[in-house]
Design a protein around this ligand. Structure first.
Ligand code: ASP
Length: 454
């Protein structure tokens, strides 16, 4: 294990000069922070778009925003990118005309196809890293932009969904040897024949994870604009706190819309080397954030509550289906053929239900029902919409059914009808399905019973 901390700063942490100066103070406050990975500039205010989106809009000649029903042309985006970087450099007092000239030249690239989209999409990270390194250096922190194309951060040539190649892990060892602060742009790498390819969206997390893995880092810090992973969705449970320690297994179970704080592949990389991930808040660095670890002592029963809204279930009744070998396989195959992800499938002798996202049924339910009826000849079939699946998670639930009993009694006392109960085979979480109309109330009751007052 090395004593280097890899610190990744997300879009909101590097959105403008004010944020970048906070980053400088954070980096300065711990000598172990020797490699920082930066995103492209995010939004400084709600009405602004991220630089990466503008760049993709330029590359796609305006189609990117058009598809999101936004009237922003490629020319508008080009101006927005230039204005953003000009403002950042002006406010940081960096007088380097070469950087802006090079940006303007890059925006007029004559590359075509996916190579063009990848190259342009990467420019937010590329120029932010160069500017941030210059700013550090100008303010007493020896630093250098370590660009993937210079250090050999080599990736495969699927331009818009690249994967890191093994030789990259050797090549990035140079970062450990540099005696200043390496500022690495996230999200992109260089292909073996010298082109730029990007990871999937949010991929700066992955750059940081790959470098943490290669250098066997002490810790991988992920600086964002939240205090960590919250116990429950703070829009519903306003007093929810950041969870201090979580295992990789628990965060996977908590990962849903409200909990999506981290790129999955980056997490797996760190897990393989037992590197702790620390989610921190650039706007509140005094906060210790959430640590994601391979192991923790499971004294807490439930640490967090995840929730999936807009779920539906398809309930099928057929005499003896439990005895019919292959019935479940045939049913799931139909969902597979329709490209629909299935979440849970509670089953019994003559019944089975399949839980799916309602969005996946849009435009498909009529044909799906027809195919199921034709192939499996059920006695009865009904679709229930607008279900919320609420999932309390915690290592301490393993072999301890008491929290489940408490949770169900509390819901019962409040007369909340339960549509579904399902315990995960890992026994570290259980799922309670309720109608969406009472889901906020049920989340509150489960939080108070299992976490707040526990
Ligand atoms: N800037 C890229 C994106 O918006 C990558 C990242 O920020 O992680 O997806």
């Amino acid at each position: 294990m090395s004593d280097i901390i890899i610190s990744k700063f997300g879009g909101s942490s590097v959105a403008d000069a004010k944020q970048i100066s906070k980053v400088k103070n954070i980096v300065k406050s711990d000598k172990k922070r020797r490699v920082i990975v930066v995103s492209g500039p995010g939004r400084s205010h709600k009405n602004e778009e991220k630089v990466t989106d503008h760049l993709i809009n330029i590359a796609t000649k305006g189609i990117h925003f058009y598809n999101q029903r936004q009237e922003i042309t490629a020319d508008d985006s080009r101006q927005a990118v230039i204005d953003k970087f000009t403002a950042i450099m002006r406010d940081l007092k960096i007088d380097n005309k070469e950087i802006l000239a090079s940006l303007t030249k890059d925006l007029d690239t004559d590359l075509g196809g996916d190579k063009r989209v990848a190259f342009l999409a990467s420019r937010g990270e590329h120029y932010n890293a160069r500017i941030i390194a210059a700013y550090f250096d100008q303010n007493g922190l020896k630093a250098q932009a370590q660009l993937p194309e210079n250090i050999g951060f080599v990736v495969s040539d699927n331009y818009l969904a690249a994967k890191t190649l093994d030789q990259a892990y050797d090549n990035v060892q140079c970062l450990a040897e540099y005696d200043g602060i390496s500022v690495v742009p996230g999200f992109y790498g260089v292909t073996e024949d010298g082109n730029i390819a990007v990871f999937s969206r949010g991929g700066s997390d992955l750059t940081g994870g790959e470098i943490a893995y290669a250098l066997d880092a002490d810790t991988y810090e992920n600086w964002t604009d939240v205090n960590g992973v919250y116990e429950a969705d703070p829009r519903i449970i306003t007093e929810a706190r950041a969870i201090p320690r979580l295992t990789f297994k628990e965060i996977r179970l908590l990962s849903s819309k409200g909990f999506n704080v981290f790129h999955l592949d980056a997490m797996l990389k760190c897990r393989d080397r037992k590197i702790p991930i620390n989610i921190r808040n650039t706007n509140a660095p005094e906060n210790p954030g959430t640590l994601i670890l391979n192991e923790r002592v499971p004294e807490e029963g439930v640490v967090g509550i995840a929730r999936l809204d807009n779920m539906s279930y398809i309930h099928i009744e057929k005499d003896m289906l439990g005895e019919e070998v292959g019935f479940t396989a045939s049913l799931l195959q139909i969902f597979h053929d329709f490209g629909i992800n299935t979440y849970h499938y509670p089953t019994d002798k003559d019944d089975i239900a399949v839980l799916v996202s309602k969005d996946d049924l849009l435009g498909s339910i009529n044909d799906l029902r027809r195919v199921i009826e034709k192939r499996l000849k059920p006695d009865n079939m009904r679709v229930v919409y607008n279900l919320s699946v609420i999932t309390p998670v915690g290592l301490g639930l393993n072999r301890n059914s008491y929290p489940i009993i408490e949770a169900l009694s509390a819901l019962g006392e409040a007369y909340i009808p339960i549509d579904l109960i399902d315990q995960s085979p890992s026994q570290i979480c259980f799922h309670v399905g309720v109608s969406q109309t009472v889901a906020d109330q049920a989340t509150r009751i489960l939080y108070d019973t299992l976490i707040g007052n526990a």
